[in-house]
Design a protein around this ligand. Structure first.
Ligand SMILES: [Zn+2]
Length: 64
């Protein structure tokens, strides 16, 4: 798999999460907690902000 293909796959995964089609954390695979402003993983602390994702600038941040 090329880096571009991997990035595209991640984009699709993120889009699926934002739409609510996917409920699993990309990092650890645990269930995600859907909040009003963001989607967060309680297990590993990563967070996906819905507003950024819908703007096409989706990225996962880790709280460490
Ligand atoms: Zn996680």
């Amino acid at each position: 798999m090329t880096l571009v293909a991997l990035s595209r796959t991640l984009d699709q995964e993120l889009a699926a999460i934002v739409r609510g089609a996917s409920l699993e954390c990309l990092v650890c695979g645990e269930f995600l907690l859907h909040r009003a402003d963001a989607i967060a993983c309680l297990e590993c602390g990563c967070e996906l902000r819905a507003e950024e994702a819908s703007a096409g600038a989706a990225h996962v941040t880790s709280a460490g």
